[in-house]
Structure formats: C-alpha cells, structure tokens
Design a protein around this ligand. Structure first.
Ligand code: 1GP
Length: 238
C-alpha cells in the first residue's frame, strides 16, 4: 500500500482484494511484542497497522509509533479512543463518529475539541462512521462512551445507521463488536450492511482465528481488524 491510504483501500475494494489490519494497543505494547508481531514471516499477511484503544490515556503513542517503524513499513493508522491519541508520526487517522450512540461527545464533541490539532497534524484524516453492535452493555466501548451498542437482532437500526453514515458523507463504515468480545459481528449483519451501502466496510472485535477473518471477508468486510487474539499469540493465525 502507498501512503494515500483511503485511495488504496478504495482501489482494493474495487479489485475485491481483502485487507487485514492488526490493532496495536498503545497501553499494552512492548518492543519484543512488536518484533514478534511485525518482523516475522506471518507479518506479510498484514496490510495496515491500526494503533489505538478505547481506554488509553497513559500509553505513549509516540514511542509506540517510533518502535513500530523499526519493524514495519506498513501504513500506520490511528484508531483513536481519546483526543490525546492524535500523533503526527502516523500516516492517517480514522476520524470516528460513534453513530450508534446518542452521546454527543463521541458523535461530535471530541472531534470539535481536536479539530485544530487534526488540521495541523499533516495526517490523512478518514471520516469513519463507527457503529457499535452487540448484546452486552459492559464492554470497554460502552463504558468509555457511556452508550449502548445496537442489539445484534436490530438489523434495521444497524442498516439505517450505516446508510445514514454514507448519506452524511463519511468515507468508511466500521462495524465494531468491542475489543475482546466473545463473539464477532455476524455474517448476516456484515452482508446486509454491505448490500445497502457502497463504502469500504471495516469489521472488528472478537475475531479469534484466521477462519473468523475469512468468514468476515466472505460476508462482505473489506478490512478485518484483529487486536486481542494477536496480543495473546502473535502467530495464532499462521
Ligand atoms: C477493533 O476493537 C476491535 O475493532 C479489536 O477487537 O481486540 O477483539 O480483536 P479485538
């Protein structure tokens, strides 16, 4: 991938070339972990590195980004859980708006608070409709955002939210089951959203195996994101 990240993602989507993103939590990384994850042969399966986490406040994202550079030249995309996570040493940032929530801080407030920093950062900013889906109210995303996910059974609300994201001009849609979730987003949900929208579709949360990745890809995900499973075992998929 070049460093025009959204364009590359859109080109991959046109060619039906599926992408895999590894999520690195700036609160949990170590040089050894990054080396195990990024400098061994299985790293050739990764297309993007996402950096972020919904609970980070103390982790040092700059140091984390510098260390990633020692082991990989893949595009680094900030997946921010907090305005402090904006760092110009990455290549891009997903400007998330949590459309499943009615908490104005996560819909627009933090974005306004960060606007000048974002504008001056030199990062490629990718507006992303972020939709939290699931039946559990106590995930990290729910706790931090003080909002409930859309229940898995409410396909109409999930789809209408995704369509709204597209109509509002977001560039990507992100279906989130929550980090470490017991189950990932179902094929039915992925497939329904895929058929109703045209934007690149990211799916993450609870993906535990390469089989799960392929199921999400086959259902229509353009990018699958894996964090916890690779934190536990960097070579689990391969
Ligand atoms: C990215 O939050 C997810 O969307 C990551 O989830 O840690 O469960 O892979 P996992």
């Amino acid at each position: 991938m070049s460093k025009n990240i959204l364009e590359d993602i859109c080109n991959s989507k046109k060619l039906d070339r599926k992408l895999l993103a590894v999520l690195i939590d700036p609160d949990k990384w170590s040089e050894q972990h990054l080396s195990d994850l990024l400098s061994t042969s299985h790293s050739k399966y990764f297309d993007l590195i996402f950096i972020g986490g919904s609970e980070i406040i103390e982790g040092n994202i700059s140091q984390c980004l510098n260390s990633i550079d020692k082991f990989s030249s893949l595009p680094k995309v900030i997946f921010p859980g907090h305005p402090e996570q904006i760092d110009p040493n990455a290549d891009a940032l997903l400007l998330l708006s949590l459309l499943s929530s009615r908490n104005s801080d996560f819909l627009i407030g933090h974005q306004v608070q960060s606007a000048r920093k974002l504008k001056n950062s030199g990062l490629e900013i990718i507006p992303t409709a972020y939709i939290h889906i699931g039946n559990h109210q106590n995930s990290a995303v729910s706790r931090v955002t003080e909002s409930h996910p859309i229940p898995e059974s409410d396909i109409e609300q999930i789809t209408s939210t995704a369509i709204t994201g597209e109509l509002l001009g977001f560039k990507m849609i992100y279906l989130e089951a929550g980090s470490g979730s017991g189950s990932s987003i179902s094929s039915n949900i992925i497939n329904t959203v895929k058929n109703e929208t045209h934007l690149p579709l990211i799916v993450g949360g609870g993906i535990k195996s390469y089989e799960d990745v392929k199921v999400a890809w086959n259902a229509g995900a353009d990018i699958v994101v894996v964090g916890t499973a690779l934190e536990t075992n960097p070579s689990i998929f391969f």
